[in-house]
Design a protein around this ligand. Structure first.
Ligand code: SAM
Ligand code: DTB
Ligand code: SF4
Length: 326
């Protein structure tokens, strides 16, 4: 099969392939690791250049003070974390950061805001950010929380390429991690984003105390969306002091690799992003994740409020592995 053109952004070209059952995905998880990775590599190579990695740079444009109670998050106003709350960043600072990201070689700029949902006057300011970043020739992504009717269309009109809104965890486990909104609320926003013709970026967090069955169910819920997300971030929990998940025991890294492989196999033409938690991973662990089908990552010294490997370390890793950025 022909490789899918790289960095296809405007064509919404991820086709629904088939639907997956929980047992099928659990059976993938149960495979010997070498067999699972081999299958993931086969699928990966049918759809992508296996040596090409997409790079997005993140910027927190509005930090902290969020009304929601997501148990993992440094930005919830409900927990005593070390974070300093900040107002919405001025437009010129956002554009300056995007220029730096472009010069360093990121193809997409993702702007994140710690909101339950954006107010209309805040959205106007974000629309201006999207227009200006787009004008730099970069792909644009925002993550602003739940959208209400009409907001996705406004974002599309401003030139937004991707909206990030993670399902985060299995519907069954969701209520143990977040009580201020529901899994169905998340699906509702994803529908609005899809209907507006914006590419969907949606994935989850692994290592929050969920079971393997919960992890497999999250993958099924993502893969069985009417159209799978174009981009699927898989985050490893970054434990934040002061949050309810601060002392969560670390998940076996191979379980994270299995989750990447399951995402790759079930969503063959989606970009699977090795997301939060990369700073704590060795170079060898990251290489294993790429081998399991991850082909996207966050690039730049910071995620939203926590650290990410320095760009120089990533550049060196790319050189050692013979990877190219797209
Ligand atoms: N408020 C918006 C929302 O919840 O969609 C956007 C920002 S929120 C910080 C974006 C995503 O970051 C979450 O959906 C979650 O997957 C991820 N995230 C937040 N804190 C994390 C942590 N400590 N470890 C791993 N991922 C995290
Ligand atoms: C996603 O799935 N991961 C990114 C992005 N989408 C917005 C955020 C990761 C946040 C990690 C914790 C922090 O830096 O606050
Ligand atoms: Fe708020 Fe998003 Fe953090 Fe939840 S994950 S507390 S909605 S910023």
């Amino acid at each position: 099969m022909q490789a899918r053109p790289l960095a296809a952004v405007s064509d919404l070209s991820v086709a629904p392939v088939r639907s997956w059952t929980l047992n099928e995905v659990l059976a993938l998880y149960d495979l010997p690791l070498m067999d699972l990775i081999f299958r993931a590599q086969q699928v990966h190579r049918e759809h992508f250049d296996a040596n090409a990695i997409q790079r997005s740079t993140l910027l927190s444009v509005k930090t902290g003070g969020c009304s929601e109670d997501c148990s993992y998050c440094s930005q919830s106003a409900r927990y005593e974390t070390d974070l300093e709350r900040e107002r919405l960043m001025p437009l010129d600072e956002v554009v300056a950061a995007a220029k730096v990201a472009r010069e360093k070689g990121a193809s997409r700029f993702c702007m994140g805001a710690a909101w339950r949902s954006p107010k209309d006057n805040d959205l106007d300011k974000v629309l201006a950010m999207v227009r200006e970043v787009k004008a730099l020739g970069m792909q644009t992504c925002v993550t602003l929380g739940m959208l209400k009717e009409g907001q996705a269309e406004q974002l599309k009109e401003a030139g937004l390429d991707y909206y990030n809104h993670n399902l985060d965890t299995d519907k069954e486990f969701y209520g143990q991690v977040i009580k201020t909104h529901t899994h169905d609320d998340r699906l509702d926003t994803l529908d609005q984003v899809r209907d507006a013709g914006i590419n969907v970026c949606s994935g989850g967090i692994i290592g929050m105390g969920e079971s393997r069955k919960n992890r497999a169910a999250l993958i099924v819920q993502l893969a069985n969306l009417p159209t799978p997300p174009e981009s699927v971030p898989i985050n490893n929990l970054v434990p934040i002091p002061g949050t309810p998940l601060a002392d969560q025991p670390r998940l076996d890294p191979f379980e994270f690799v299995r989750t990447i492989a399951a995402a790759r196999i079930t969503m063959p033409s989606s970009w699977v992003r090795l997301s939060a938690g990369r700073q704590e991973m060795s170079d060898e662990m990251q290489a294993l994740c790429f081998l399991a089908g991850a082909n996207s990552m966050f690039y730049g010294d910071e995620l939203l409020t926590t650290g990410n490997p320095a760009a120089e370390r990533d550049d060196a890793l790319f050189a050692r592995l013979g990877l190219k950025a797209v």
